[in-house]
Ligand binder design. Structure first.
Ligand SMILES: [Ca+2]
Ligand SMILES: [Ca+2]
Length: 314
């Protein structure tokens, strides 16, 4: 009760001090930063195809960013430190003679684009890249470039997990949010999928978490194996979580007797038994190339960035 009172008073003071309306959706995923008059942005440095960039942003609850006005062009291009250009959300992917941003803004309504050469509107589908000097060029969409995802301020409600993905559900016993998978993936694919969500492959930090994850995945998938966020490294096969901790430091290492056995010298990825009569949370090592179900986790500390903390970072 006292704690609640203290938090409420603190919140009210913070709202007054920073002139931020705390009733608005002034927070978003921890991996995005807030930029005035632009919204929440995240720079993806690793080059991908345009289609992959669209999907990555979509998966994060955002949209592939475009230089819709001069301010936005400047803020987005400032992420570039090298010569290589980045993808924007502008393309003629739907119709050859109609370039639009992902938001559906036509070229005629986008302020002053500085074309290196006028785009071809005779049939080829192209996607627009922008360099650090804000010069834009239409290139094949299959080229690979970095990109920025953008989310407008306060457009959608986020759940307790700091995501618009309602499949993430907060577990009050652990303070983390979890999402069980719908499909089987290899460990690397599953890792990437969870990172796109703003989370990570689940890491078990306690007996309670082991039990709850086991029950969660059993509801969806009564049999098999669920991949988790740990791997074996080096000659001595040190098991390290995706947060760089040993299993003991992470807080749980309930291997099945005889496991991890590195069967046929080919098992370096961590998993939990799901089916059968085994107790909750029994771990096993499996081949990294085998496809299994998996669980993504969003940690309590990582769920959201508030507007204040994002601005303080800058
Ligand atoms: Ca955890
Ligand atoms: Ca094994």
């Amino acid at each position: 009760m006292n704690r609640c009172l203290y938090s409420c008073v603190l919140l009210i003071i913070l709202c007054k001090v920073t002139f931020i309306s705390c009733l608005n959706q002034n927070n978003f995923r921890y991996d995005y930063t807030f930029h005035k008059d632009v919204g929440w942005l995240k720079f993806h440095r690793m080059p991908t195809s345009w289609e992959e960039a669209v999907l990555r942003c979509h998966g994060e609850g955002a949209i592939l960013a475009s230089p819709l006005d001069e301010n936005m062009a400047e803020v987005i291009s400032n992420f570039l430190v090298k010569r290589e250009p980045m993808f924007t959300g502008i393309s003629n992917i739907y119709a050859a003679d109609e370039y639009q941003s992902m938001e559906g803004t036509p070229l005629s309504r986008i302020e002053k684009l500085n074309w290196a050469s006028e785009p071809d509107v005779q049939g080829a589908r192209t996607c627009v890249v922008m360099d650090r000097y804000r010069e834009v060029t239409a290139v094949p969409c299959s080229e690979r470039h970095s990109f920025v995802c953008r989310r407008e301020e306060g457009v959608e409600k986020l759940n307790d997990c700091g995501t618009a993905d309602l499949e993430y559900v907060l577990n009050n016993r652990t303070g983390s949010c979890y999402k069980p998978s719908h499909q089987r993936l290899t460990w690397s694919e599953a890792y990437k999928r969870c990172v796109t969500d703003g989370g990570h492959l689940a890491v078990i930090n306690s007996d309670v978490e082991a039990e709850d994850l086991w029950m969660l995945i059993r509801e969806q998938r009564p049999k098999g194996t669920a991949l988790l966020g740990m791997r074996a490294w080096g000659e001595h096969r040190a098991w390290i979580t995706v947060h760089g901790q040993s299993m003991n430091d992470a807080g749980y290492s309930g291997w099945y007797p005889g496991e991890p056995n590195n069967f046929k010298d080919n098992e370096a990825c961590g998993s939990m038994y799901v089916g059968g009569k085994l107790e909750a949370g029994i771990l096993n090592d499996v081949p990294c190339t085998e496809k299994h179900h998996y669980i993504c986790e969003i940690d309590s500390e990582r769920k959201i960035t508030s507007l204040e903390s994002s601005q303080n970072k800058k």
